[in-house]
Design a protein. Structure first.
Length: 353
């Protein structure tokens, strides 16, 4: 019995993996919102999103130092770093726009609007990887848009900086989608990246994106607001920021770990349940009240469309996998049939002498 099979049979390990994924997924969303509330001056609107992600990246690098024995030393080359340029560039954009979004809107808003990322993924996958979808997926995407529009009707009157939140959230969606597709493409076409451990990937992401984030913080003038904002951050705020550093490290590894222990269906259910949990926790602890009945209806429709999209995507991927297996079997059978159907004298004629 392999170690992976033993892991699947261990209820304690399974529960630990589920707990780590849920805590890191939910904790990062809630933690970033809380951290941005501490690092924002409500009166002037000045905030420190770049500074927050710089601190989180440094914290992740410090924790990676503890796990340095799992880092592939042979991959730490200029060639691998050059191949990683588009990936860490998009990673930097993804984490910055996420923090920037929380400067303007709350958790529920971000979760609902991010569902629109399904449509962005469809377009990018089609043009970059020539991947098509079926009618059910298109219907699910239309449902997501309909629910998001319903939610936004009341949200536009509820949030003071609604359109700023929409712009930054959509930029975050684009960065997330391009990051995921680019990473998949690189892993399919670049052997050195495909063979990297998750710790090596995390090291490249965080180490190489750090200069980007420092430059963005300086260009946006954040250091000018340090004397105004940082002294006002209470001890509890610094604790929250420290916790997000730990969660940032956890979230880079927990998803991979959980997928090794559970089926795709189980992982899908757990991932979608964290969205609901995020909304509930946001409402209970962060006062993320939905503006009205229409926004509540839009929230359910958008999330329902997101669940349906995930399920249909999983079904389509499984169908394609089975079709590939069947095609390979037919190819092998055709070769065998041609070999056995060749006339004996034809074989003799090919023999020299």
């Amino acid at each position: 019995m392999s170690s992976e099979e033993k892991d699947r049979q261990s209820p304690a390990l399974f529960m630990a993996a589920v707990a780590q994924f849920c805590v890191s997924s939910v904790g990062m969303m809630i933690g970033n919102k809380m951290a941005m509330d501490y690092l924002r001056d409500a009166e002037t609107g000045h905030a420190l999103p770049s500074t927050l992600v710089v601190v989180q990246v440094i914290g992740t690098l410090a924790l990676l130092g503890y796990f340095r024995q799992h880092i592939d030393k042979d991959k730490l080359t200029p060639e691998c770093a050059k191949s990683w340029i588009p990936i860490f560039t998009l990673f930097a954009g993804m984490i910055y726009t996420s923090a920037k979004t929380f400067q303007y809107v709350h958790v529920s808003f971000v979760i609902i609007v991010r569902n629109v990322g399904a449509i962005v993924t469809t377009f990018v996958e089609y043009f970059v990887r020539n991947t098509t979808v079926n009618a059910q997926i298109l219907i699910a995407e239309i449902t997501i848009v309909f629910g998001t529009v319903l939610y936004s009707q009341e949200g536009s009157r509820y949030f003071k900086d609604f359109w700023a939140g929409i712009v930054w959230c959509m930029l975050n969606v684009v960065c997330q989608t391009l990051y995921g597709v680019t990473l998949k493409w690189k892993m399919d076409h670049d052997k050195s990246i495909k063979e990297m451990s998750k710790y090596t990937m995390s090291l490249f992401n965080n180490l190489l994106c750090l200069p980007y984030l420092v430059v963005v913080a300086c260009v946006s003038g954040e250091p000018w607001y340090y004397s105004e904002i940082l002294p006002a951050v209470p001890m509890s705020g610094w604790v929250v920021i420290l916790v997000t550093c730990v969660i940032g490290f956890m979230i880079s590894t927990s998803g991979f770990g959980l997928q090794k222990l559970v089926s795709a269906t189980t992982f899908l259910v757990i991932n979608n349940m964290t969205k609901i949990l995020n909304i509930i926790l946001g409402i209970v602890f962060l006062n993320d009240n939905l503006p009205g009945g229409i926004s509540v209806l839009g929230c359910f429709i958008s999330l329902g469309g997101g669940f349906w999209y995930s399920y249909q995507t999983m079904q389509l991927n499984e169908q394609r996998r089975l079709e590939r297996i069947e095609a390979e079997k037919r190819q092998v059978e055709d070769i065998e049939n041609r070999r056995t159907s060749s006339p004996p004298n034809a074989l003799l004629e090919r023999r020299p002498g």
